[in-house]
Structure formats: structure tokens, C-alpha cells
Design a binder for this molecule. Structure first.
Ligand code: GLC
Length: 505
């Protein structure tokens, strides 16, 4: 299995948020041995790869996206030997491992910042008008009066990518992890790093200046020079065997701009956040899917799909309930390309909306009142009180015992078993993943499409996002229902908020 260089093209990649996934030493914080202990679960789920959010040495000012040593594991997560054991076991199960790389900024506890190596960062005598993504000015003043740039929290100073040692350091960090056997990288803020020459002001704007998904070009995001970095990185990835890949977290203003990150001399993939942002309506989904497919054509690489991650409210809550979330998932998993799952979505976890303010840890919360903590609550493993955790770093709602992996394990109707069945079908049906997509006529708020492979495997997918049931007859379809996101009535109709995969007759 490990050896197919194009594995990432239709892979299902499972995002592990290490603090919240599984806790092996009982300190209330997830860790790498915890991830290792759950590889059997992930293998049974049927994922092709895991992506580990940062587990590097970090003061945790931004959940580990503030790295103080890029070549080590934070003691809260274990050590390098734990990492090596994890990757070895994962590979033995045929699961690849992608790690996060955080190149736009380091922690303010990084030795360079601590040693006052100001040329590695962006220090100026006067700030400009740039705002931090987490709110407030993007500049903080130090004792001698100079200011440094931080597009995120003040504890995350932006690195100066004009400095050759910054570039050399990251090339070396990539090699460090590639040598340890990682199969790829998720590049954090991949559209950052290079800033417009002279750091020009943005000028007056209504509302917040900097939002991740804006349609405007900003002098600190998506500058042409960033592509030189990826052109330096690609030969490094290509020099290792087994299809090492990179996926960009790039929030840019258009599909065309996003496409520039992808190609044989840059990155393999970029997250397609527009699918995540689409409303639960046939029209919105279709528009995004069409756009994404056109973009994939442009770059000659299949797109990625994602419904939830550690930065956005979970899709059960965003789309208005579990039924819709399950339907959206079945749609996503039927689309050409690769899919990224976020830990806990396979259990149908909702966003936790009522976390007490004093427990919230997102650095954005204190500044703009927005908090991503609600999607970072630890995963319920058992149905016992505490759900398998002792004093977790964020409290797990009592009601989650019913949503635990243990509670869902043997329930054929559970969300966990829906995900397992869908991932198994992706593996056994050549039409899914790599096959072609054709739209079928459908009335109202219904989406219908067909996937087919060259060798005659065909599946039809129907999503009813409307208020009325739709019959297969109305859609001109008949066949055997392979999977359904919810209960189906005897009359062969697809109820509202339901999706099916159908093997046409
Ligand atoms: C990315 C991460 C997010 C983090 C930010 C700064 O957007 O996904 O969690 O806060 O970068 O590193």
C-alpha cells in the first residue's frame, strides 16, 4: 500500500488535534502515545492517513501553533521516541502520517527571538496599520521602542522570509521530519510568510481588516514571492521515496489564486475551504463543487474536501443538526479527490457552545470574543462518566457518553458506522475517489450526481436539502441503496436532510 506515489489524490485524511484526541498518561491532555493507542480504531474507521496538528515544543499560546522548537515533541505530548513508535505502527497498518509545519511565525520563546536575533523577524521603528487575525494591531512594542509584526497573537512573531537563514532553517526542518518517515506536511498559513515590499498600509476598511477567507488582496497574504519558497521545497519532497506530499492552508481571494500553489513544482494540494463555507442547499453545494472541479482541471490535481477542522464550528452545528451533517458527509465522501476529516466528526459531535469563558483558551477569545475552543473539546471514548478522560483540559459534556466511540461501536445506525461504511465503499468502488462526475437533473433543493469509473462501476448520489421527500422515480433513478445518511421510508423516497449512494440497476 505504501509505495503508490499518488496516494494523496483520493486519500481520506483524518486530522488529529493531539491535545484532544486520546490521553495515554491520564493528565487530562491528549498525547502521542494516546494517538498510537487508537491506531486500531483509525484503521477500522478506514482512513488512509492521519494529519497531526502541532505536537512540537510550544508554550501553547495558540494551541501549539506557536512553536519554540521545530525539531522536538513538547513533553506534554511525549517525546521523539513516542513519535517514532507512532509512525512505525501507523505505517505497519498502512496509515500514512502528515505533520503540520508552521513557517509564518515562531513562538516568542523560540531561541532566535529569545536571543534577540531581530533580523530573523520583522522589526520596525514604527508600526503600520496592519491588524492581527486575532484582533487589534499586528504590532507589539519592545523595551527599546521598536515594534515587531505578528499577524496572529503577540506570542507568534512573524518570521522574516527575506533572511536566508530562515529559509535554510525550514528546508532543514522539512528534512528532519522526512528523515523520520513522515509522508507529508500540512502547511500552516501557507499564503503568509512573504509580505509586500515596504509593508504598505492597507488603508481604511469597514469592519475587521484581516479575515482568513476574504476576497480582497492584502499586503501580507498571498504575495507572489511565496511561490519561490514552495519551489525550493518541492525538490526536497521529491528527493524522498514513496510520494511525500504537502497540502496548503491557503486562504486566498479566488480559485485562480489558489491554483497557483499547486503543481509539479509547488505543492500537491490546497484545502478547499469554500466547500466548508457552503450553506446546506443544493445550489450552494453545486456551485462550490463545480468551481472546485474546474479549478482541479486547471492544475491537473484533484481537489480536497473538508467540512470540519480545529478552526471552525463543527458541521453538525453549522449545518443545523446531525441529520444534515451526515448527509453533507455522504455528499463530501462521494466527490472526486481527497477528503479531510476532523477528529470526532465520525462520532457526530456537535460544537460545544456553552464552555465557561474562563476555560476558553483560544487567544482570539480575549481579543475579539471569537473562540475555537468549542470544536476542540476532547473526544469521548467510553460511555462511563468522564468518557475515558480524567480531568480533561476542556470539560466534556455529560451527554457525550451517548456519543462515545464505545456507545457507537456496535450500533449499525451510528454515525461511526456510517463513516466506516462510506470509507469502506470508497475503497471498493473505483467510481468513487478518482472517477468522473456527471450532474443529473434534479428538482428543487435536491442534488443528484453520478460517479463512474472507466471500467463500468457507477454510483448515483442524491442529497435532498429541501423540505419535501423526493422519489427516485422523480429523479429517473432506480437501483440498490448502498448507503443512506438516515432512515429511508418503504416507498423509495429520499426524505429531507438525507443523502444516499445508489448502485443503479
Ligand atoms: C492556522 C491554524 C490556526 C492557527 C493559525 C496561526 O490558521 O489552523 O489554528 O491559529 O494558523 O498559526
Amino acid at each position: 500500500m505504501l509505495g503508490n506515489d499518488d496516494w494523496w489524490r483520493d486519500a481520506v485524511v483524518y486530522q488529529v488535534y493531539p491535545r484532544s484526541f486520546a490521553d495515554a498518561n491520564g493528565d487530562g491532555m491528549g498525547d502521542l502515545p494516546g494517538v498510537r493507542s487508537r491506531l486500531g480504531y483509525l484503521s477500522e474507521l478506514g482512513v488512509d492517513a492521519i494529519w497531526l496538528s502541532p505536537f512540537y515544543t510550544s508554550p501553547m499560546a495558540d494551541g501549539g501553533y506557536d512553536v519554540s522548537d521545530y525539531r522536538d515533541v513538547d513533553p506534554m505530548f511525549g517525546n521523539l521516541a513516542d513519535f517514532d513508535a507512532l509512525i512505525e505502527d501507523a505505517h505497519a497498518l498502512g496509515i500514512r502520517v502528515i505533520v503540520d509545519v508552521v513557517p509564518n511565525h515562531s513562538s516568542d520563546r523560540h531561541p532566535w527571538f529569545q536571543a534577540g536575533l531581530r533580523d530573523r523577524y520583522i522589526f520596525r521603528d514604527r508600526p503600520n496599520d496592519w491588524e492581527s487575525i486575532f484582533g487589534g494591531s499586528a504590532w507589539t512594542q519592545v523595551a527599546d521602542g521598536q515594534w515587531y509584526l505578528h499577524l496572529f497573537a503577540p506570542e507568534q512573531p512573524d518570521l522574516n522570509w527575506d533572511h536566508p537563514e530562515v529559509r535554510a532553517e525550514f528546508r532543514d526542518i522539512l528534512r528532519f521530519w522526512l528523515d523520520r518517515g513522515v509522508d507529508g506536511f500540512r502547511i500552516d498559513v501557507a499564503h503568509g510568510m512573504v509580505k509586500a515590499a515596504g509593508l504598505p498600509d492597507v488603508g481604511p476598511k469597514e469592519g475587521r481588516q484581516a479575515e482568513m477567507l476574504g476576497d480582497e488582496q492584502l499586503p501580507y497574504f498571498d504575495q507572489d514571492g511565496v511561490h519561490d519558497i514552495y519551489r525550493e521545497w518541492r525538490p526536497i519532497l521529491d528527493s524522498y521515496p514513496g510520494g511525500r506530499m504537502a497540502v496548503a492552508e491557503a486562504w486566498v481571494s479566488s480559485a485562480e489564486r489558489l491554483a497557483r500553489y499547486i503543481g509539479p513544482d509547488e505543492l500537491h494540494q490546497a484545502f478547499n475551504f469554500e466547500f466548508m463555507m457552503a450553506d446546506f442547499h443544493a445550489k450552494s453545494f453545486r456551485a462550490v463543487i463545480e468551481k472546485s472541479l474546474a479549478e482541479a482541471e486547471l492544475v491537473g490535481a484533484p481537489t480536497t474536501w473538508v467540512l470540519s477542522n480545529h478552526d471552525k464550528p463543527r458541521h453538525v452545528t453549522r449545518h443545523g443538526g446531525l441529520a444534515r451533517a451526515r448527509a453533507a458527509t455522504l455528499l463530501m465522501l462521494s466527490l472526486p479527490g481527497s477528503a479531510y476529516l476532523y477528529n470526532g466528526e465520525e462520532l457526530g459531535l456537535p460544537e460545544v457552545l456553552d464552555l465557561p469563558d474562563e476555560l476558553r483558551q483560544d487567544p482570539a477569545f480575549r481579543r475579539i470574543g471569537e473562540s475555537r475552543d468549542g470544536c476542540r473539546v476532547p473526544i469521548p471514548w467510553t460511555s462511563a462518566p468522564g468518557c475515558g478522560w480524567q480531568d480533561p483540559w476542556l470539560p466534556i459534556p455529560g451527554s457525550w457518553a451517548e456519543l462515545s466511540a464505545e456507545a457507537q461501536q456496535d450500533d449499525p445506525g451510528s454515525t461511526l458506522n456510517l463513516y466506516r461504511a462510506a470509507l469502506a465503499a470508497r475503497r471498493s468502488h473505483p467510481a468513487l475517489g478518482g472517477g468522473a462526475l456527471t450532474w443529473l437533473d434534479s428538482p428543487g433543493d435536491v442534488l443528484a450526481l453520478e460517479r463512474s469509473s472507466g471500467d463500468g462501476d457507477t454510483l448515483a448520489v442524491v442529497l435532498n436539502a429541501g423540505d419535501e421527500p423526493v422519489t427516485l422515480g422523480e429523479l429517473g433513478l432506480s437501483g440498490e441503496v448502498l448507503l443512506s445518511s438516515g432512515p429511508l421510508p418503504e416507498d423509495g423516497s429520499v426524505p429531507p436532510d438525507t443523502a444516499i449512494w445508489l448502485q443503479p440497476r
